[in-house]
Design a protein around this ligand. Structure first.
Ligand SMILES: C[S@@+](CC[C@H](N)C(=O)[O-])C[C@H]1O[C@@H](n2cnc3c(N)ncnc32)[C@H](O)[C@@H]1O
Length: 259
């Protein structure tokens, strides 16, 4: 199952967008931390632990999630940009992570990637499914990489006011559950959270210009307190914020297991 270039939307921005962005401030940006905090929260709810595990982050972006994995875990990941893959590996080694296997991936031939030839305890796909023409096919293939007791952690955007130009799927709980069922997996935990960027979301659909710069200011302004407060407090505050501002959750997180 390889992606058909005629139906796959242009993902070339991911070739360069993470370059030169490995400082602590970059990692504290809300666009990164919102995903990490939600992944940690759904793991806490489901009792999934990240110590001593084989963890595969498919499409790891800037590598922020790895910074929250235990140093005794073995970390695997794929991304498109060779320069970014090298920078993330260097950042993690400087932080004391030794067991790393990070590789580039050609998304036109992603099914043939060698890292899809082994099995993992935990697989994370954060904000990847909405980029794919066939999320069910993707889940089926990646589900084959789970150990029998392994778990898949999925994160996707919800309730986009303006659809991001890189997205090909507008997802909701019903669609997610249908994709999971047709992939032969089962949902063990599902949650929706994170209202903070609901009204700001249109700002985040631009890749350049002053609107993009404003979005970066918003992202940093929210990211710093979120990083300091941690997932429990941040999402509890989020419920009050959602009530007061009539904001909807902008992310869903779910844990999948083999049947
Ligand atoms: C928005 S980034 C997510 C980065 C990171 N996981 C995060 O949450 O910030 C989407 C990633 O999906 C992967 N991707 C995009 N299109 C794909 C496709 N058609 N097939 C497989 N992977 C794809 C790329 O690796 C890309 O970096």
């Amino acid at each position: 199952m390889s992606a058909n270039p005629e139906t796959t939307p242009d993902q070339s921005d991911f070739m360069e967008c993470y370059r030169g962005r490995q400082s602590a401030v970059h990692h504290a940006a809300y666009l990164r931390m919102a995903k990490v905090l939600l992944a940690l929260e759904v793991c806490a709810r489901a009792g999934v632990r990240l110590e001593g595990k084989d963890i595969f982050d498919y499409g790891f972006g800037a590598g922020t999630f790895f910074r929250y994995c235990a140093r005794d875990s073995r970390l695997f990941g794929v991304e498109m940009d060779r320069e970014n893959v090298g920078a993330v590996e260097e950042m993690l080694r400087e932080r004391g992570y030794q067991n790393l296997d990070l590789q580039t991936i050609d998304i036109a031939r992603w099914t043939e990637h060698p890292l899809l030839g082994r099995k993992y305890d935990v697989i994370l796909c954060s904000h990847v499914l909405e980029h794919l023409p066939d999320p069910a096919g993707f889940l089926k293939r990646i589900g084959e990489c789970l150990h029998p007791a392994g778990v898949f952690i999925g994160l996707v955007p919800l309730n986009e006011i303006i659809m991001d130009p890189h997205h090909v799927q507008r997802l909701n709980e019903a669609k997610i559950r249908a994709f999971v069922e047709s992939a032969g997996l089962r949902v063990t935990t599902y949650m929706e959270a994170d209202p903070w960027l609901y009204w700001f979301q249109p700002l985040f659909t631009r890749d350049r210009g002053w609107v993009h710069q404003l979005a970066q200011v918003v992202s940093l302004g929210l990211g710093l307190p979120a990083t300091l407060l941690g997932p429990r407090l941040w999402f509890a505050l989020g419920r009050c914020f959602a009530f007061l501002t009539r904001s909807k959750p902008v992310q869903a997180a779910f844990i999948l297991a083999r049947p």
